[in-house]
Design a binder for this molecule. Structure first.
Ligand code: SF4
Length: 268
């Protein structure tokens, strides 16, 4: 079984715990898919990470690979997380141009530095600092936490759900990124024309809570290795994809070797 790659996870490598899910009959096709991914990849539950740092990390990783955003994260932590001062306070008071330069390897650094300073100001004003914010994310009502996160400028549903998952360790949160969005609709686990929120609702309804976090991270890896946007593995034949028997292949024409977005296939 391959090692869980460091760059695989939006939330980094900390705070995860290896688990072995008890084998059994999957109640839904989505659960069967996640169980199959468990045979291919790692099985972990998530949670326990610092919520404010997760938020910063997730903003840094927006529209870029984790490989590119990791050095930016490391540079930011080295410069602003001195240990003596609260990271949220330090970032709220940061010179934006200096922060932008520090995180330049992540791309879109002007925009991201603005979002990070704004988020830090918000956390300082509303919660007092990172520890209080962490406690709120860990212990607060999940819907209230999600709403509060979405209210921060630059935080969309995926960022909010990643913070809930990696910091709060909430069972039943299945963040939907571009890979999950594509694969769930191609496989027929959600309607072909579903937006990110609708895909999330379907997956969270069909996959048992403890398997959602793992399902999210493993599905991203599966999207990179097998079910890529332009050339899904099944174009090389059924045996090339380990999930072939569980998949509707919406928008995938194996005869013509052509691929369209599932929403476009459904509209035809
Ligand atoms: S059968 Fe094709 S479309 Fe379905 S999961 Fe596998 S690679 Fe993706």
């Amino acid at each position: 079984m391959p090692e869980e790659p460091r760059e695989n996870i939006s939330g980094g490598e900390d705070g995860s715990v290896e688990v072995a899910f008890a084998p059994g009959e999957a109640g839904t096709r989505a659960e069967a898919v996640v169980d199959e991914l468990g045979g291919l990849y790692w099985q972990k539950t998530y949670g326990g990470k610092d919520a404010f740092e997760s938020l910063v990390r997730t903003i840094l990783s927006q529209n870029t690979s984790d490989v590119a955003s990791q050095p930016a994260h490391d540079a930011l932590m080295e410069r602003y997380d001195s240990g003596s001062e609260d990271l949220a306070v330090a970032l709220a008071e940061a010179e934006q141009s200096e922060l932008a330069e520090t995180i330049s390897s992540a791309g879109l650094y002007n925009q991201k530095s603005e979002m990070i300073v704004g988020a830090a100001e918000r956390v300082r004003e509303e919660y007092g600092g990172r520890e209080e914010f962490d406690a709120f994310v860990r212990e607060g009502d999940p819907d209230a936490v999600r709403e509060a996160l979405l209210d921060i400028h630059g935080v969309g549903p995926k960022t909010a759900d990643c913070v809930l998952l990696f910091a709060g360790g909430r069972d039943g949160v299945f963040p939907v990124d571009t890979h999950v969005h594509r694969i769930a609709r191609r496989m027929g686990l959600a309607p072909a024309d579903a937006d990110h929120e609708t895909v999330r609702e379907h997956l969270e309804a069909d996959v048992p809570g403890p398997k959602c976090g793992f399902g999210h991270t493993a599905m991203i890896q599966f999207g990179r290795e097998y079910c890529t946007a332009r050339k899904p593995a099944c174009l090389d034949g059924p045996e090339a994809c380990p999930l072939y028997d569980l998949c509707d292949r919406v928008g995938v024409d194996e005869v013509e070797e052509a691929v369209v977005d599932p929403a476009d296939a459904a509209a035809e």
